[in-house]
Design a protein around this ligand. Structure first.
Ligand code: PLP
Ligand SMILES: N[C@@H](CCOP(=O)(O)O)C(=O)O
Length: 466
């Protein structure tokens, strides 16, 4: 299996190289040269398989022979043993036809653990094989950072620097990044927004001398392996719901990673009815679907901070597909976005409307949904999941709809307490979190400052022997 860049100007790479590369050298995102498919019989056989086996079947077509099924199975088994349930991502039917897919049973209580726990094992495996080392620089609006630090904190071959927007993540999210004490993990508060953090990361990838010097790698969903590992739970959900009718999925959306994973599941052959993009008040995607123009506004701080995003990285992967793989169109759209803050979707706009429905949930909608589901079903949604609940109520067709629950409500205790009057407790394994000492640096939104920090802290640049 080879991967090509959405901007058409980078060398095609195999899975292991794409895993380590993160962003393509022309600034684009990697996608498979050819989409694999799973047969209806294979998909039907998932009904009797545990999560790990489904993951192996879904991921292996993307790794090809570079990673054997047995190696993949071993790594997936280890990764998902860190979850608090053998089901990994259990389903809860709250009313007939409406099911919550709980993706928050991993160590940092958000859906990021599903991919990150596997990604860390895959990266260590490949680096070990090559006798190499890597420096990961990641951007987070709250959850990717904690998941990455947790997954890589015992890695001997990887240093991790995570940039988060100062004052714009919850206390629990921040502490998951700032309390680990291992010397290879570093959290940095940036004086800016998540979009600024993500732009800094992309700028470091596009500075080839820097990139090569630190062996830069990425764990944001710009990394193809993140997307692939997130495709697994769409198949898992369908296998457990067990209907032959296509399902609809309502997906809380920020960086367009998880919803793009649902699109990949559909391309692989999973029968899907409607894919619903659920945004908070940062409604760039619903506006793009409605108007055919992708136009940035200032970011608004909401009770679902992880989705306070304007530049949805993975939308580029979708544009590439919807334009029938027109790399020139993708490149000029991305150039226009950076230069002017917007671009016209052109003919991809009608495809977007066919492929997705999109809803923006206001803060009042979110609070109302959290109160109503608590009263009606005794179920407390986190604010991100509540956006997906609101979206499903508005546009889901008849039939079975799955709402992706991307975080545990205890990650956002202040927001939940303000809405319901009750403060959700952290699970026992995180009970120490709010009293542990914190360690982090604060930097301005400046590429040179962040690069200096990375150079100072990463072992590759320091010349530590392999
Ligand atoms: C809790 C939570 N829900 C939803 C999202 C949105 O996911 P994506 O960025 O893949 O669209 C995020 C951030 O990525 C998140 O942390
Ligand atoms: N919501 C994310 C933002 C980064 O998304 P990613 O999926 O590209 O890593 C976060 O919580 O950090």
């Amino acid at each position: 299996m080879k991967y090509i860049s959405t901007r058409g100007g980078a060398e095609a790479l195999g899975f292991e190289d794409v895993l380590l590369a993160g962003l393509a050298r022309d600034g684009g995102l990697y996608v498979p040269e050819v989409w694999p498919t799973l047969t209806p019989d294979t998909i039907a056989s998932f009904r009797d398989k545990p999560f790990v086996e489904i993951a192996v079947e879904v991921i292996h077509p993307f790794t090809g022979d570079e990673i054997s099924r047995d190696e993949l199975r071993r790594m997936a088994s280890e990764a998902y043993a860190t979850f608090d349930t053998s089901e990994v991502t259990p389903l809860v039917e709250i009313k007939p036809g409406l099911t919550i897919l709980e993706l928050f049973h991993g160590p940092t209580l958000a859906f990021k653990d599903v991919a990150m726990q596997l990604l860390a094992r895959l990266m260590d495996h490949v680096l070990e094989k090559r006798g190499a080392r890597a420096t990961i620089v990641g951007a987070t609006s709250g959850d990717t950072g904690g998941a990455a630090i947790e997954a890589f904190r015992s890695s001997k071959r990887v240093d991790v620097v995570i940039l988060f927007p100062k004052g714009r993540v919850s206390d629990v999210q921040r502490r998951m990044m700032t309390t680990p004490t291992e010397p290879n993990v570093h959290a940095v508060a940036i004086e800016g927004t998540f979009d600024d953090c993500q732009a800094l990361v992309k700028a470091m990838f596009n500075d080839h001398a820097f990139r090569d010097r630190v062996e830069l790698s990425g764990v944001n969903s710009i990394n193809w392996a993140r997307i692939v590992a997130q495709v697994t739970y769409y198949f898992w959900a369908a296998s457990r719901i067990g209907t032959t009718e296509p399902l609809s999925f309502s997906v809380p959306t920020g960086n367009f990673g998880d919803i793009f994973a649902s699109y990949v599941a559909k391309r692989l052959g999973l029968p899907i009815d409607k894919l619903i993009i659920a945004s908070n008040e940062n409604d760039i995607l619903p506006r793009a679907v409605a108007t055919g123009v992708y136009a940035m506004k200032d970011v608004i701080a909401t009770s679902s901070p992880s989705m306070d995003i304007q530049i949805s990285s993975n939308f580029e992967r979708y544009l590439f597909e919807a334009s029938d793989r027109d790399a020139d169109f993708v490149r000029s759209s991305m150039t226009s976005l950076i230069a002017t803050g917007s671009f016209e979707l052109g003919r991809t706009g009608s495809r977007l409307k066919q492929d997705f429905a999109a809803v923006s949930a206001s803060e009042a909608d979110v609070a109302d949904a959290i109160r109503r589901t608590k009263t009606a079903y005794g179920y407390v949604l986190d604010p991100h999941t509540a956006c997906a609940f609101v979206a499903a109520e508005r546009v889901a067709p008849a039939g079975n709809t799955v709402i992706l629950s991307t975080a545990h409500p205890a990650k956002f205790p202040d927001a939940i307490e303000a809405i319901t009057g009750a403060r959700p407790a952290l699970p026992a394994h995180q009970a120490h979190l709010m009293t542990d000492a914190e360690k982090f640096d604060t930097l301005p939104n400046s590429l040179s400052s962040v690069q200096k920090f990375v150079l100072k802290h990463c072992r590759v640049a320091a010349g530590t022997p392999q």
